[in-house]
Design a protein around this ligand. Structure first.
Ligand SMILES: Cc1ncc(COP(=O)(O)O)c(C=O)c1O
Length: 337
């Protein structure tokens, strides 16, 4: 691996690798494991903090006093950015996509955006298509106010943020060694902006791990996700050299269901089953949808009972507090009031 760019340690690492014995029995094998990136820290929980360790170091090295990033109102990435920026003494501005470009109620991650003292700019989904240009315009506005801003792309998914997941994969490989696997387990994870997938697969290639990686899209077509990973790798190859990674990577979109952030009753039923069999908290948009896909794949007989599969829990717990679960319990929210 090349010499890595500077990073500020923000995450609680290593995150545990745990067996899911009860779920393994309930679902009839394979052996299920979980990589607990929901435990990277309470307020910085989830996969994004690993990428932010590199981005915030770069922002500070660049002399920035402000970071700008973007996402949905329930974005875990925006929440982690706002809180991590506060921790290292940077201001933050979030460009938030809402249905009509207007402010939305404070709940879940969006409440935490406000508690972190971030400045919020809300835009429509149409304007969000040009999010990079919008963030550059916000940076110009910030410069007029005397601030120097560092722009972090959506999900911190670029060649810099990718290193967070290259290191994460190395961390997991050490845990595989300690657990004594003779065949590398398959890794299943929720994928969206591509940085997590790009980093994992890069490490599998460069460290010759042979670990099969399955990226389960939570919204976009598999082809779009593959393109995103390719763009991140192109950037990384240009910046750091080397050859294109060749890893056993499978990008799938068959469990996107009705779309990003839309959860069916069937998906919700599986998420509740997982929580009630493991004590793990899943969010409907990312880890819940991905776990549903894993369940379906197990039910289709993809693995034998002697195989090992690791669900990489990428976090997202706060979004649970902004989701209407009423229907899942056979009554409307508010009946207890
Ligand atoms: C909880 C959670 N899991 C998975 C992902 C997907 O990671 P990536 O955007 O790197 O593909 C995200 C991204 O927002 C997320 O918040």
């Amino acid at each position: 691996m090349p010499t890595l760019p500077p990073r500020i340690p923000l995450a609680q690492l290593p995150t545990p690798l745990e067996r899911l014995d009860r779920l393994t029995v309930d679902w009839g094998g394979p052996n299920l494991w979980v990589k607990r990136d929901d435990l990277t820290g309470f307020e910085l929980s989830g996969n994004k903090v690993r990428k932010l360790e590199f981005h915030l170091a770069a922002a500070i090295a660049d002399g920035a006093d402000t970071v700008i990033t973007c996402g949905a109102a329930q974005s875990n990435h925006c929440r982690a950015t706002a809180l991590a920026a506060a921790r290292v003494g940077l201001r933050s501005v979030l460009v938030i996509r809402t249905a009509d470009g207007n402010a939305v109620p404070l709940a879940g991650n969006h409440l935490l955006h406000h508690l972190a003292g971030t400045e919020i700019v809300t835009i429509t989904p149409d304007a969000y298509r040009e999010r990079d240009a919008v963030m550059q315009a916000v940076a110009v506005d910030q410069a007029r106010l005397g601030h120097r801003a560092w722009v972090i792309p959506e999900g911190a998914s670029d060649a810099l943020g990718m290193w967070g997941f290259v290191l994460a994969m190395r961390e997991l490989a050490e845990q595989f060694d300690a657990a004594g696997f003779t065949t590398p387990p398959t890794i299943w994870h929720a994928a969206s902006s591509g940085g997590t997938t790009a980093g994992m697969a890069w490490a599998v290639d460069r460290l010759k791990l042979g670990t099969p990686i399955i990226a389960s899209s939570v919204g976009d077509a598999a082809g779009d996700l593959v393109n995103r990973v390719d763009v991140i790798w192109d950037e990384a190859l240009e910046a750091y050299g080397g050859r294109r990674p060749q890893a056993p990577l499978e990008v799938i979109d068959r469990y996107v269901g009705s779309g990003y952030g839309i959860t069916s009753q069937d998906e919700l039923r599986v998420q509740l089953e997982v929580t009630q069999s493991t004590g793990l908290l899943l969010d409907p948009t990312y880890s819940g949808k991905a776990f549903y896909g894993l369940h379906r794949e197990i039910a289709s007989g993809r693995w034998s009972s002697s195989d090992d599969v690791v669900f990489w829990h990428t976090g997202g717990g706060f979004a649970v507090f902004a989701h209407d679960f009423g229907g899942a319990f056979g009554r409307s929210v508010g009946d207890d009031a």
